[in-house]
Design a protein. Structure first.
Length: 95
């Protein structure tokens, strides 16, 4: 639990060329179950969860291949100052 409280967004940011295996290490190290795939300018381009990795591997994906192949690119993001009620409405609308 301690590592969850100490992890931040910078701890789970990786480059687009990061391998699935290296993203799994990030996910395991932080305990947040997510890696954020960012371009060279730091812009979020994809999100990789432990579930994405599991489905990718079950479908025959390569651990040493780019994580971008397993990641979700049609994610929805919100601004840091978005209140909880609005965030919940956005999430429920995407179901």
């Amino acid at each position: 639990m301690k590592r969850l409280l100490q992890a931040s967004a910078s701890d789970i940011k990786v480059s687009l060329s990061t391998s699935v295996l290296d993203c799994m290490k990030v996910i395991d190290r932080t305990g947040l179950a997510t890696a954020l795939l960012c371009d060279d300018n730091g812009r979020l381009k994809a999100v990789l969860t432990d579930g994405d990795v599991r489905r990718y591997l079950i479908d025959g994906g390569d651990l040493h291949g780019p994580a971008q192949a397993a990641a979700t690119t049609n994610f929805v993001s919100i601004e840091p100052n978005t209140d909880r009620a609005t965030a919940l409405q956005i999430m429920l609308a995407r179901r």
